[in-house]
Structure formats: structure tokens, C-alpha cells
Write a protein that binds this ligand. Structure first.
Ligand code: PHE
Length: 447
């Protein structure tokens, strides 16, 4: 097959910001603060950081090593180091890209809509009803189509001209706005109990499997691990890149944004006395309680609300780009398609696949569980075994571009032993739970 020279990032910053863009997304704002508040506050944060350090970072480095070393998209990269028997894992990565982006686009569509509404008419006073109206049906699907159109356009623009350029502009802007919002929230009278709620430490809540599973799922989802997104981005790197340094920057930025987002959400909700109306879901907190707060603040609320939802949409966009890129790169490498053709065809298929989620939020929730619990955690398990046990000399591969790193043996040991054992335990609990959710959905749908 005649293939053109592989695309590459034009700078190290470009790659790092694109990877941070993949990591920072709806997961940071949509899930993290909620999980933390529910599961023991600061204790959860500490535990989450521990999981990120011992499991997330090793798997992230593993993905970067396989991607850069092979210079190929996931299916071929795995076959490159492990033979054809590993191709199915690559196909599972591509399937995960399809699945996650299909509902991720729907949620991102909600954020786009809220941003528009802030500009046009402000937030309606009765947000709960309004959200009920706009969260599903043609409204939701329309904004999903719009969001997917933007995503496809950027990916079709290429690694440098589309993905890198977008991340270079949008990620710094996102950091500035999130930090700015957190500082502003601190000035609100009555914000204090919000910090207490978010960060009060309750270690007794930690020692439940469901909490450990949530922390693991969150770490994988938030770092975009277990489905080849980071692997694909790393395949556009040159060999002299310092992978361990990039790994730490990506993981640090991701955790920092998640933490700071919580410093926006909770003080704001408490300052306006809306804590009793934080419904039992993260979606509720983001799309009902917060807009309510913005609505009650009048003009300031419109500006802050606009900034908030634009930030969410930007985070979602740079994550969606990486999800689509996994599918697009695989179609380009495997089927010989042009970038344009791959982006538009795969993008259109994913957009249609989002229809069930756009019409039914229960479907959305269950697909999210399946993607997270089975695909990402399962993919991470397979990947750690692959790099830990199957790949020949991953340490030498990782060391390329560095002067040798003292903790490489620790990395290898974590990948070989700690990560697989931890993930098997988590999956042991996650699989039956996911199965119950899937069965429940089907019995509900057939009624
Ligand atoms: N990390 C993204 C977020 O936190 C979601 C994502 C998952 C992106 C998997 C790519 C791959 O929102």
C-alpha cells in the first residue's frame, strides 16, 4: 500500500497540550467533583491521586511507549509488537471510540446549548423543567450533530493543522477561565460551607469496593486510558521525545483541572443556598443546579454561566477530537482511506450511533457504564499485560529520548503485577454491576 509519510506534531508543546486536551474534559467537571463529595471528600481525592500515581500513570506511559515506538494506529501498533493475536484488542479500542463518542457528543451538545442560551436569553428560572425538555429528543440530537460537525471538521484538518492548532489555543484559555472562576467563587459570600462539603475528610467512606471502583473508573476515563487515544497521539511523536516527562505533565494537569473545577462548583452552589437541590446525579448538578445558580445571579450569572459552559464545551471538544482520531487513524492505516474520508464517514456513523442516547438518558447512562467499566478498565488490563509481559524490552523503548530514568524498573513492576491485580479486582465487582444495569435497561425498554 502506498502510504504518505506519517503526520507528526510540530512541537512538543503541541503534543502535550493535545494530550492534556484529550484528558481534560467532561470527566473532570462532570464526574470528579461529584464523586469526591459523595465518597469522603479529601479522603477520596487522596485515594484518587494514589490510583492515578500507581495505576493511571504506568498505563499512560505504556500507551505512549507503544504508540511512539510503533508509529502506527492501535490495531497495527499492537500487532507490530505482539503479532496478529493482539489485533482484536485494537479492534476493541476502536469500538470503544465509537461507543464513548456517541454519547459524549450528546452531553457536549447540552453544554453547547446552554452556552448559546446564556448569550441569547439568559438561563430560564425553571431550569429543571427546561433541562427535561432539552436533554432528549430532536433538540438534543440537533446539538449533538452540531458538536460532532465541529469535531469532524477539526480532525479532518489533520494532526498539525487541525488537532494541534485547536489545542494550542483552547487549552491555555481553558486553564485561565477555570482558575479565574475558582477565584471568583471564593469571593462569594456564603461560599465557605461549599469547601467544607467538598473537602471534609471522611476516611470511613473509602473502604468500600464501590468507592475503589469509582476511583479506578474515574482515573481511566479522565486520563483517556484503555482505548488507544493516548497511544494514537503518541504515534505522531518523534523518537527523541521525553515520554516520562510528558506523562507526568499530562497526569498532573488533568488532576489539577479536576480539583479546581470542584472549587468552582461547590462554593457556587452553597453560596446560593442550592445544596438541597443537588439532585442524585452529576448531570443534575451540572445542568440543573448550576444554571439555577446562574439564573438567580442575573447579569453576572449570564456572563459567568457563559464562561462556564463554553469552558465545558471546549474541554469536551478537545476530548472528542482524540476519541474520533482513534477511529480515523485506524481507518487511514488499515483501509488506506484519506483523512477526509475517514473523518466524515466515521464521524457520521458515530453521530447516528448517538441517537439512542439523545432520545433516552437511561440508554446514555448504561452505555457510559459499559464503556467505562468494561472497555476502559478491561482495555487497561490487557494493555498492562501486553506491555508488562509480551512486549520485548519496553524499558529500552521508554528510555529513548531520556538519559535513563531510575524509576523505570518500578514502572515495569507496577505494570506487571500491581496494575493487573488491581484491575482484576475492580473488574470482579464492575462486571456483575454493569451486567445488572444492562439487563435492567433491556427489561425496561421491552416493557
Ligand atoms: N478524558 C476525557 C474526559 O475526562 C474522556 C475521554 C475518555 C477521552 C477516553 C478520550 C478517551 O472527559
Amino acid at each position: 500500500m502506498a502510504t504518505a509519510a506519517r503526520e507528526h506534531w510540530s512541537s512538543r508543546t503541541g503534543f502535550v497540550l493535545a494530550a492534556v486536551g484529550s484528558a481534560v474534559g467532561l470527566g473532570n467537571m462532570w464526574r470528579f467533583s461529584y464523586l469526591a463529595a459523595e465518597n469522603g471528600g479529601a479522603a477520596f481525592v487522596v485515594f484518587y491521586l494514589l490510583v492515578t500515581l500507581c495505576v493511571g500513570i504506568p498505563v499512560l506511559l505504556a500507551e505512549l511507549v507503544v504508540g511512539r515506538g510503533s508509529q502506527q494506529s492501535p490495531i497495527r501498533a499492537l500487532a507490530h509488537y505482539g503479532g496478529p493475536a493482539w489485533k482484536p484488542l485494537g479492534f476493541a479500542f476502536v469500538a470503544a471510540g465509537f461507543l464513548i463518542l456517541s454519547y459524549y457528543g450528546v452531553i457536549a451538545g447540552w453544554t453547547l446549548r446552554y452556552a448559546f442560551e446564556a448569550v441569547v436569553g439568559g438561563f430560564p428560572a425553571d431550569v429543571a423543567n427546561r433541562f427535561g425538555e432539552v436533554a432528549t429528543g430532536w433538540d438534543a440530537f440537533g446539538y449533538h450533530v452540531l458538536f460532532m460537525g465541529i469535531t469532524i471538521g477539526i480532525v479532518a484538518g489533520g494532526v498539525k493543522g487541525g488537532i494541534e492548532r485547536t489545542s494550542l489555543v483552547m487549552m491555555p484559555a481553558l486553564f485561565v477561565i477555570v482558575v479565574g472562576l475558582a477565584i471568583w467563587a471564593a469571593t462569594l459570600p456564603g461560599a465557605r460551607p461549599g469547601y467544607t462539603y467538598y473537602l471534609s475528610t471522611d476516611f470511613s467512606k473509602l473502604f468500600h469496593w464501590s468507592v475503589i471502583k469509582d476511583a479506578a473508573g474515574q482515573a481511566f476515563f479522565s486520563l483517556s486510558l484503555g482505548m488507544g487515544a493516548m497511544l494514537t497521539f503518541a504515534s505522531y511523536l518523534s523518537r527523541d521525545e521525553h515520554l516520562p516527562a510528558s506523562t507526568l505533565v499530562i497526569a498532573g494537569a488533568d488532576a489539577a483541572v479536576a480539583f479546581v473545577a470542584g472549587l468552582v462548583v461547590f462554593p457556587l452552589i452553597f453560596a446560593l443556598g442550592l445544596q438541597d437541590r443537588v439532585s442524585a446525579s452529576t448531570v443534575g448538578a451540572l445542568f440543573i443546579t448550576l444554571p439555577q445558580a446562574f439564573a438567580e445571579m442575573g447579569g453576572v450569572g449570564r456572563i459567568v454561566g457563559l464562561l462556564f459552559f463554553v469552558t465545558l464545551a471546549v474541554g469536551a471538544l478537545t476530548s472528542a477530537i482524540s476519541l474520533l482520531e482513534v477511529v480515523v487513524a485506524s481507518a487511514m492505516d488499515g483501509l488506506g482511506w484519506s483523512r477526509h474520508r475517514a473523518a466524515w464517514l466515521a464521524g457520521a456513523a458515530i453521530t447516528l450511533l448517538g441517537a439512542p442516547s439523545a432520545w433516552n438518558t437511561e440508554v446514555l447512562g448504561v452505555i457510559d457504564q459499559v464503556a467505562n467499566n468494561l472497555f476502559l478498565l478491561g482495555g487497561g488490563l490487557a494493555l498492562s499485560i501486553f506491555v508488562g509481559w509480551v512486549m520485548h524490552d519496553p524499558v529500552a523503548e521508554a528510555a529513548d529520548g531520556t538519559e535513563g530514568i531510575q524509576w523505570f524498573p518500578v514502572w515495569q513492576w507496577l505494570l506487571r503485577v500491581v496494575v493487573p491485580i488491581f484491575l482484576v479486582l475492580v473488574l470482579w465487582f464492575a462486571i456483575p454491576e454493569t451486567w445488572t444495569a444492562v439487563k435492567g435497561l433491556f427489561s425496561q425498554l421491552s416493557r
